[in-house]
Design a binder for this molecule. Structure first.
Ligand code: 6R9
Length: 649
């Protein structure tokens, strides 16, 4: 691999955790089945995916498994199915009709449980409401809602009639909502008066009102009453959810939709430019999310499965709604903040509802560590049997903490690598079969082709860093960027010839485990050494005083880039020069002198996206010039930025 393209890895990890034998023997994927799945996928990958697709209910069988016309794929060509029927109707002919589909807890502590029967009925009724307002297959519907059961109902109602949903996270501004509505040309918006977050009301309807002033395609707005706040209802355009439900029947046969029918658009921000509308379709998407939920999350009928992601993110689409419900699982949903009224809210929920699986993000785990383990230890948590993470590289020390303090050393951890664009999990352990190590998502799932390449497309050797690419089409892959197929080709299929460019740096070890080093734009070039920020951050986080760290490069005449680390400390610790020196030494010991931060800045909080990813781009700008000029619409808490700027001045 050429010098300029190498990303060097300095992480050494030797802790290994084979699956506990009692877990392995009862897992959906036992070691024997895992070997068989991998062998089948290697022998004939199309036949392998066809076998997974065949576990769904199809209204018309497909005639061709894959039509691959790079970079465009069609899966299960000619087949027809309905996703809502697969997530709901087919369970009604079994004992699951009375099983809890959703157990929901609001932030104020109110709860609701919907059985599969009840959820099906609500979905049919809401689908009829959509039809009443003229929504037909192919029309786009924007969903801007709190985490209540109705957001799942809205998604499934769209899927039932073939309307393409575009969920916009409820924390986004009116402008962000307006741009997304206009880009997709939505005809209808589903929203709520507001939501509860940290004990206060986040108002949603006023943002919709502002957005709709400049959204000419929207004819109708349906408003769920959640907080009871007073809202302005525009006559003719705005209607209450509960009033509309009274006007329709609960009979709504599912549409037979083409396997390639557009199921949803979900906007994801690039580092530059306007957000990309990632388009996902029907048959391949459900095939992969249903299969991976079964294999990796090990969903069983007696589980209470909790993925803490908001439905506004892809994780919420694939692993709160579609994947688990296709498996007939019981899904836990929670409306509010993890630290309301106190930092043990998640653990209260686990004990209160007997949650068996927790799937959350590294950013949440680092927050729990910062709040202190006493909040976790107050609760039993003995119902838990499996833990998962997604969204960012997990620092090995955070992984160990999750395993010991939350999982009591008993629960396997599945670190799952995937993207909005991949639709479903791509690299992840099979918890009954794969030996895990802190910090690696382990191996590609059966049927998934992953390689590490140089920028010129050359393969690299074991433990050499490079660019993570996907070498063959997969069923849940994005089909295009809505309205901009050129950008789809450029962004994903032109960076490295012939393969999908994921935008992540990674290395593969001798055992075939993949270690994600972060986004490639998060790579720092120090004196000709390209270092992944994730490793330096993990080294910092492994120091007992550090809660969270974000590392960026600052242009430096001598070295190319200097390493600047923004660090938040464990509660009760204060940052001073002695600690700075200690942290620099610590990084030198963990990684090497080369990775020693030139500058360490202590801060109360790091700027994060609303989905919890650290916005290193902003920190880069602050490190370089003390100011931020780029787009900040995805920033969660603007005051963090103000503070960082003030510290700089
Ligand atoms: C599902 C989701 C995708 C980016 C991805 C990568 C990072 C996600 C990860 C991970 C290391 C993991 N990422 N999971 N990095 N280990 N287990 O998060 O989708 O919001 O589109 O983000 O997140 O950088 O490229 P999305």
């Amino acid at each position: 691999m050429t010098e300029s393209h190498a990303i060097e890895s300095h992480q050494h990890e030797t802790r290994r955790f084979p699956p506990p034998s009692d877990f392995a023997s009862r897992a959906n994927v036992t070691p024997e089945l895992a070997a068989q799945l991998y062998a089948e996928a290697e022998a004939d990958v199309e036949a392998f995916w066809a076998k997974q697709a065949a576990t769904l209910d199809w209204m018309t069988p497909w005639t061709q498994v894959l039509d691959w016309n790079p970079p465009h794929a069609k899966w299960f060509v000619g087949g027809k199915l309905n996703i809502a029927a697969n997530c709901l109707d087919r369970h009604l002919t079994t004992w699951r009709r009375t099983k809890a589909a959703i157990i929901w807890e609001g932030e104020p502590g109110d709860t609701r449980t919907l059985t599969y029967w009840e959820l099906h009925r609500e979905v049919c009724r809401f689908a009829n409401v959509l039809k009443k307002f003229g929504i037909r297959a192919g029309d786009r519907v924007a969903i801007y809602m709190p985490m209540t059961p109705e957001i799942a109902i809205a998604l499934l109602a769209c899927a039932r009639i073939g309307a393409t949903h575009s969920v916009v996270f409820g924390g986004f501004s009116a402008e962000a909502l307006r741009d997304r509505i206009n880009d997709a040309g939505c005809k209808l918006v589903v929203t709520a008066d507001g939501a509860w977050r940290r004990g206060t009301e986040v108002r949603l309807k006023p943002a919709v009102d502002a957005a709709l002033e400049q959204a000419p395609t929207v004819q109708t707005c349906i408003v769920l009453r959640r907080t009871g706040a007073k809202v302005d209802m525009q006559p003719g355009r705005d209607h209450w959810w509960h009033e509309m439900l009274e006007t329709v029947s609960d009979d709504c046969p599912p549409e037979a939709l083409d396997a390639e029918h557009p199921l949803f658009i979900l906007y994801t921000s690039g580092t530059t430019g306007k957000p990309k509308g990632i388009l996902h379709t029907t048959g391949g998407y459900l095939t992969q999310v249903a299969a991976t939920a079964k294999w990796v999350l090990d969903l069983k009928d007696d589980d209470v499965y909790w993925c803490t992601a908001d439905v506004g993110w892809v994780t919420g689409h694939s692993y709160v709604v579609y994947g688990p419900l296709a498996n007939g699982a019981t899904v836990m949903m929670y409306e509010g903040a993890p630290n309301h009224p106190e930092p043990d809210r998640f653990w209260r929920i686990v004990d209160r509802h007997g949650v068996t699986m927790l799937y959350t993000a590294p950013t949440a785990i680092r927050a729990f560590i910062r709040w202190g383990e006493q909040w976790v230890l107050k609760h039993r948590l003995d119902s838990l049997r499996l833990l998962g993470t997604v969204g960012e590289p997990i620092n090995p020390e955070a992984w160990m903490w999750y395993r010991q303090v939350v999982g009591k050393g008993r629960c396997p951890i599945v670190d799952t690598w995937w993207q909005t664009e991949t639709g479903g999990m791509m690299i992840a352990p099979l918890p009954g079969a794969t030996t895990t190590m802190p910090g690696t998502a382990t191996r590609p799932l059966p049927g998934i082709g992953v390689e590490i390449r140089t920028k010129d497309g050359q393969p690299v050797g074991a433990n050499e860093g490079g660019y993570l690419v996907l070498t063959r089409p997969w069923p849940a892959m994005l089909r295009t960027i809505w309205g901009d197929d050129d950008r789809y080709r450029r962004q994903y299929w032109s960076e490295i010839e012939g393969v999908y460019f994921a935008g992540d740096g990674a290395r593969r070890d001798e055992q075939g485990n993949y270690w994600i080093m972060g986004r490639v734009d998060d790579v720092i070039n120090v004196s000709g050494h390209r270092l992944g920020t994730a490793e330096i951050e993990s080294a910092l986080v492994s120091h007992e005083a550090v809660a969270e760290a974000a590392v960026v490069g600052r242009p430096d005449e001598l070295k190319g880039s200097a390493i600047v680390a923004f660090v938040t400390l464990e509660s009760g610790r204060s940052g001073d020069d002695a600690l700075r020196a200690a942290l620099r030494e610590h990084v030198a010991r963990e990684i090497g002198a080369l990775a020693k931060p030139d500058d360490i800045r202590f801060t109360d909080a790091l700027p994060k996206t609303r989905s919890g990813k650290i916005m290193r781009r902003l920190l880069r700008e602050i490190a370089a010039s003390g100011n931020v000029v780029g787009d900040v619409t995805t920033l969660e808490d603007f005051s963090v930025l103000e503070k960082l700027r003030a510290d700089e001045a």
